[in-house]
Each structure stands twice: as C-alpha cells, then as structure tokens.
Design a protein around this ligand. Structure first.
Ligand SMILES: CC(C)(COP(=O)(O)OP(=O)(O)OC[C@H]1O[C@@H](n2cnc3c(N)ncnc32)[C@H](O)[C@@H]1OP(=O)(O)O)[C@@H](O)C(=O)NCCC(=O)NCCS
Length: 251
C-alpha cells in the first residue's frame, strides 16, 4: 500500500512535514537551540566516544530522544516511539545504530533505515534515510550533533551505502556535505510540482552514485506512527508538560 493511502489516523513522524506550510517551516530548526549558540564555535569536549547501541541502552536512548525532541516540532513529541518501532523494522540498519557518550553517559544518537528511489527508468535504487538524530538538550549547539552525524555517515560509507536522503535543515546538514535532493534529480514523494522542496536533502556517500538517476524517494513506512500509539507508549515515561510554542511544525 503506498504511503499516501495509509489510514488517516496514521500521522507521519514529526520529521515528515505533511503540508506546504510545514515544509517551509521545516527549514527552521529546533527553536530552543538557535539562540543558545556559542559565539566561539564548537565547545565540544574531547572525551566523546561513539559506539553501536546495545539492547540495554534502549530505554536510556528513548528517554534521551524524548527529552531532545519534546515540544520542538509539536507539543510533546513522537520520536521516542518512532525509534522504539524502527528498531524492529526490517529496513532498520543495526550496524548503523549509534550512540555518542560523554564521560560514559549517552548524550546523542543517530540511526539509519534502508529505502529506495523509484527511478524514472523503472529501477529501485537502494539508498539510506536517516534519523531520528539528537543530542541532549543541554549540549545542543556545541558541535556534538555534527560529530555524531559525521561519524555515522563515515560508517555508512564504509559499509558501501551509496547515498543518504531525508528531510532536514540545510543549515545543519549542509555543514556535513548535504545538498538539496533536487540538485541530484530526486523528487520527494507526494509533493506537488513547484512546492517548496528545500527540506529534502541528499548526500552521496559514493561519489557519482546518483549519476544518471532521476526519480522519487520513498519514506520508509516505519516512520509513520499513530498519535494514539504514541500517547499509549508515552505513559511509561515520567509526565512532561506539552507546550504549544512558536516555530513548531505540527499542532
Ligand atoms: C539537530 C541537532 C542534532 C543538532 O545538533 P547540535 O549539536 O545542536 O548541532 P552542532 O552544534 O553540531 O551544529 C553543527 C553545525 O550546524 C549548524 N546548526 C546547528 N543547528 C542549527 C540550526 N538550528 N540552524 C542553523 N544551523 C544550525 C551550526 O551552526 C554548526 O555549524 P558551525 O559549527 O560551523 O557553526 C540537535 O540540535 C538536536 O538534537 N535537536 C533536537 C532534535 C532534532 O531536531 N533533530 C533533528 C531532526 S531533523
């Protein structure tokens, strides 16, 4: 069943803007982080390490994701449930499911899923999509996000994956070599012609991988979760106040 035919109550995960206004807004980033940027560039500490997520990290990672995304794109968030679901998805790449530690404490995570570009010539071109990616709220805008992003992209390239496409802010991802997917001839699924597609980004991990490819990128179905399921899952976490804040993409 194509994504657009999914039942109405299945809302896309937060990072998948559902309408033109939201897509435009997707170019902005976490509003709580923008003003906190240090003037002097990265203040990241040296004792940062990266490793694969272990089964016993899952709870801590979901709590971290919830804290990091909470009230950023909508009142509350769904990414902690999304990551919970994606780990069991056949498209999940467990070799690229990373956490970042500072002094032994998990302060960031990133993960990847396999998907395809439905090429105009009939091929399905395998690519990766990425996220959720996050950093602990208190450590945002200090270089940690870029550090885990670059580390995980390097590992994805080493595994032989050809390209990564997803929705994000060029202000952050552009620093790690992402560009607008349209420049590679790739279109976002279900986006009307002429609509703002600047949220849709791409990076080749194998130079030239997308040469001669035009087509439509597909968001893996695992990212689509229902509000009801998120609400139910969230009950297992400490209560947290949902706030409607300026800059959020969804109600
Ligand atoms: C998004 C997130 C992972 C970025 O990590 P971070 O540690 O805050 O970002 P960094 O400090 O590593 O920033 C790296 C570069 O991107 C830029 N950047 C970061 N956030 C940005 C923003 N909101 N707008 C524009 N540029 C931004 C920085 O200027 C920096 O470049 P510089 O060092 O040359 O100045 C982090 O803020 C986060 O966890 N946010 C909440 C969850 C989220 O939104 N995840 C992404 C969903 S698509």
């Amino acid at each position: 069943m194509p994504l657009k035919a999914k039942p109405k109550k299945k809302a896309p995960a937060v990072k998948r803007p559902a309408n033109a206004a939201a897509r435009k807004a997707a170019r902005r980033f976490a509003p709580d982080t923008v003003s906190a940027r240090d003037e002097g560039g990265s203040t990241m500490k040296n004792n940062v390490t990266f490793r694969l997520e272990k089964a016993e990290d899952r709870g801590a990672v979901e709590r971290l994701v919830r804290e990091s995304f909470w009230n950023v794109y909508k009142p509350g968030c769904s990414e902690h449930y999304v990551i919970h679901v994606l780990r069991d998805d056949p498209a999940f790449v467990k070799e690229l499911d990373f956490v970042m530690e500072l002094d032994g404490e998990i302060i960031g995570q990133n993960m990847f899923m396999k998907t395809v570009i439905n090429a105009d010539d009939g091929r399905d071109v395998p690519v990766l999509t990425m996220g959720p990616i996050c950093v602990a709220p208190a450590l945002k805008r200090q270089g940690y996000g870029k550090a885990i992003l670059d580390y995980s992209l390097e590992k994805a390239a080493a595994l032989g994956f050809g390209a990564v496409l997803f929705e994000g802010n060029i202000g952050f991802y552009g620093k790690s070599g992402f560009d607008y997917a349209r420049k590679f001839g790739i279109r976002y699924h279900d986006l009307p012609e002429g609509a703002d597609d600047s949220f849709f980004l791409c990076k080749e991990l194998i130079p030239g991988y997308l040469d001669g490819v035009t087509g439509v990128y597909q968001t893996p179905r695992g990212y689509y979760v229902s509000d009801e399921d998120v609400e139910e899952f969230d009950k297992a976490f400490p209560p947290k106040v949902k706030l409607k804040l300026p800059g959020q993409l969804f109600d």
